[in-house]
Design a protein around this ligand. Structure first.
Ligand code: PRP
Length: 187
């Protein structure tokens, strides 16, 4: 157990295991996208750490994608449960006929990625795939499945490797369970 800023953490996925798995994922993506015009769309903010590792490993496979980001926000009553999503930031490039890969840190209820995929389908890419570092299948409220998944995890409150608690702890190089939040759940 570790304590940072007075909060208790337990490592769930080590830095070493992340590096190994991300390398495997990139190999798969590189094989599938070989020879295609690749356009990566990152969903802010959580995806930025995973995406920067992904991008630099793609370079090793001689893959040179274009990149842009979107920000998705929930609105209406209750940030988590409303399910009404809107784009706060859109991409500024044409993706028609491109091999599009949407990248996010975590697939939870599935609402964000389902929304993003529907939205970008309209722009007529050649293909549209999704890639997530973590998947929490127990939390899904739709039938969304990502094409590339780093790790499936149980329904625990995780931070690090881009994921936050109150916009903190994104910088942890590993994934940790925030024990304080887990304790609250069990009360
Ligand atoms: C998180 C995460 C995903 C989304 C997944 O974003 O980064 O984008 O939630 O949840 P869903 O599958 O239930 O839609 P968050 O709203 O926490 O914003 P952040 O990325 O800026 O931290």
């Amino acid at each position: 157990m570790k304590t940072i800023k007075g909060m208790k953490f337990e490592t769930l996925i080590s830095e070493k295991d992340i590096a190994t798995r991300v390398k495997e994922m990139v190999k798969e993506i590189a094989e599938d996208s070989h020879g295609k015009e690749i356009f990566i769309i990152g969903i802010l903010k959580g995806s930025f750490v995973f995406l920067s590792d992904l991008l630099r490993l793609l370079f090793i496979h001689k893959i040179h994608p274009s990149l842009d980001f979107i920000t998705v926000e929930s609105y209406g009553s209750g940030k988590v449960s409303s399910g009404n999503l809107k784009l706060l930031r859109d991409i500024t490039t044409d993706i028609e006929n491109k091999w599009v890969l949407i990248v996010d840190d975590i697939l939870d209820t599935g609402k964000t990625l389902a929304f993003a995929k529907e939205y970008f389908k309209e722009k007529k890419p050649a293909s549209i795939k999704s890639c997530v570092f973590l998947d929490k299948p127990d939390r899904r409220v739709n039938d969304f499945k990502a094409n590339y998944v780093g790790f499936e995890i149980p329904d625990k409150f995780v931070v690090g490797y881009g994921m936050d608690y109150d916009n903190l702890f994104r910088e942890l190089p590993y994934v940790a369970v925030l024990l304080d939040e887990e304790e609250k759940k069990s009360k």
